[in-house]
Design a binder for this molecule. Structure first.
Ligand SMILES: [Zn+2]
Length: 205
């Protein structure tokens, strides 16, 4: 497992900041929020993410049947807090086999969600907000629209609490899971008895 922070957009190596003066820098993407090594799926990791998160820690609740929480990732440092948080989940795919789902909340311009979706820019891009939404999730009893934005995979983007909300699924056929209008809860606020599985390899990519 990697131990040094990487670029949230390309997973490339970063130059560390000069204290008090500069930011973490990617040779391709310039100043970025450093993506910390993935955190193992357990309660201690959740507490660690809670301590730094400036954005929601979204999890579908109730979980789809048979699904487990399979890791966390966050971008930022102690000084700034985490401006992006990813929660990984894994479980049976609706059409057979197993599937992974990564849900990201992030401030605009960070690029963690778009990196999972395989998009070139840090934000959702052209597919976002045009035509009818492809899916909805429910947050605090309100529907939140999400648009299909992925090129090669099932990726959906929307806006919640002034942050980007991303849901990316593998294989792409698992995207039908989003038709079930999942209800999302923010783990910063809710104590849920989460079932944990093994670390999702998508977070290590
Ligand atoms: Zn980069």
């Amino acid at each position: 497992m990697r131990t040094a922070p990487t670029c949230p957009r390309c997973r490339g190596p970063l130059s560390p900041p000069i204290p008090g003066w500069s930011a973490w820098t990617c040779g391709v993407h310039g100043d970025v929020s450093p993506l910390q090594p993935p955190r193992r799926p357990c309660r201690e990791s959740l507490e660690a993410v809670r301590a730094v998160a400036r954005v929601p820690i979204w999890v579908p609740w109730p979980l789809p049947p048979g699904w487990l929480v399979t890791g966390f990732a966050d971008a930022g440092d102690e000084r700034t807090g985490a401006s992006a948080v990813a929660v990984a989940l894994s479980g049976p795919a609706p059409l057979g086999g197993s599937a992974d789902l990564v849900i990201v909340a992030e401030e605009p311009g960070i690029g963690l969600g778009s990196s999972f979706a395989g998009l070139p820019g840090p934000d959702p891009g052209d597919g976002f907000g045009v035509s009818a939404p492809a899916a909805k999730v429910e947050i605090d009893g309100h529907p939140v629209s999400m648009w299909a934005v992925g090129a090669d995979t099932a990726a959906f983007a929307g806006e919640a609490l002034a942050n980007w909300l991303w849901a990316v699924l593998w294989p792409s056929s698992a995207g039908v899971l989003m038709l079930e209008q999942l209800s999302l809860r923010d783990l910063r606020e809710d104590e849920l008895d989460l079932p944990y599985g093994a670390l999702c390899p998508r977070l290590e990519a």
